[in-house]
Design a protein around this ligand. Structure first.
Ligand SMILES: Cc1cc2nc3c(=O)[nH]c(=O)nc-3n(C[C@H](O)[C@H](O)[C@H](O)COP(=O)(O)OP(=O)(O)OC[C@H]3O[C@@H](n4cnc5c(N)ncnc54)[C@H](O)[C@@H]3O)c2cc1C
Length: 264
């Protein structure tokens, strides 16, 4: 039977363009352009490789406002079969607990799912909670820090990478795998597939569609309280252009700071 594969993805602001608002002490993302969360690109690529090897259907799922639609079309352009956007005003203010709950509800609404692929973490909030949280709400097995996946008759064989080494686990489906950033080379969408993806469109669900009441999500059902944020003090850096005329000065600085050793 064809595998039912789901890739969950968050659209994040490009990290280099996010700064802390000095007055409100909140993250100001308003000037940032958005990107598919980097680890989720690896999760999608891994799902595409699993599909190429074992067959199946890939659904990309994101819980976010509709601005994310072009990014979901990009995922379909790369080879996913369809994209679902879970979008509802009631999820505003949700921390990772109701976020995981709502994503799991959408996955249950898809029906029988064999493997859910998530990124190991996002590049903005970076908690790494959502993959494991979704596994918990789905009552599914979890393999984290995964670099590759094989499928064998109702089991996922996942390779997990650590600083100390590598571990291969065999877990039954339904399974959630959280995929390591940079663990593969994500493909790009072809122009033809991108045009097809735009024509195909994105399926939009709200909370009612996935059977969740509004009071199950949002700030009210979020146990995290952000008490305060402390920005790093600004460091004033001074630069000096080094040319052949003043290179001796640079050598002095290196020697004074023990960055080079004479004669070596
Ligand atoms: C008190 C509080 C209030 C918040 N209010 C808001 C708010 O109003 N609006 C807002 O946008 N955020 C809000 N957030 C942030 C929001 O909770 C996180 O963006 C979200 O839970 C994901 O957490 P993360 O980025 O750490 O994901 P991680 O757990 O690091 O993500 C791991 C993986 O899970 C998947 N994933 C994560 N998020 C999603 C998603 N939304 N859809 C699909 N897949 C996903 C991706 O595969 C990702 O790689 C709030 C957080 C807190 C603590």
């Amino acid at each position: 039977m064809a595998l039912e594969l789901v890739v969950i993805t968050k659209i994040v602001p490009d990290g280099s363009e996010v700064f802390i608002d000095p007055v409100n002490l909140t993250l100001n993302r308003s000037l940032a352009t958005n990107v598919i969360n980097p680890a989720d690109e690896n999760a999608l690529e891994l799902a595409l490789q699993v599909k190429a090897r074992y067959g199946g259907r890939i659904t990309v799922l994101s819980m976010t406002p509709p601005f994310a639609i072009p990014y979901l079309e990009e995922c379909v352009g790369r080879g996913a079969d369809r994209a679902i956007l879970l979008s509802d005003k009631a999820v505003a203010g949700s921390d990772t607990y109701p976020t995981s709950l709502a994503i799991a509800a959408a996955i249950k609404h898809i029906g029988k799912v064999d493997i859910v692929f998530a990124g190991e973490k996002t590049s903005d909030s970076s908690t790494g909670h959502v993959g494991p949280g979704v596994a918990e709400f789905l009552d599914a097995e979890l393999a984290s820090y995964v670099s590759s996946v094989e499928y064998d008759d109702g089991y996922v064989i996942a390779t997990r990478e650590f600083e100390e080494g590598t571990e291969v686990v065999r877990i039954p489906t339904p399974a959630v795998v959280t995929v390591l950033t940079n663990s593969n080379n994500p493909r790009k969408a072809s122009l033809r597939r991108k045009i097809d993806a735009i024509r195909q469109g994105v399926i939009v669900w709200d909370l009612k569609e996935v059977g969740l009441p509004p009071d199950a999500v949002g700030l009210r059902n979020s146990p995290t309280i952000v008490k305060r944020m402390i920005p790093f003090p600004r460091r004033d850096r001074k630069g000096e252009k080094i040319t052949t005329d003043n290179i001796a000065k640079l050598v002095d600085v290196f020697e004074q700071n023990k960055l080079i050793k004479g004669g070596e």
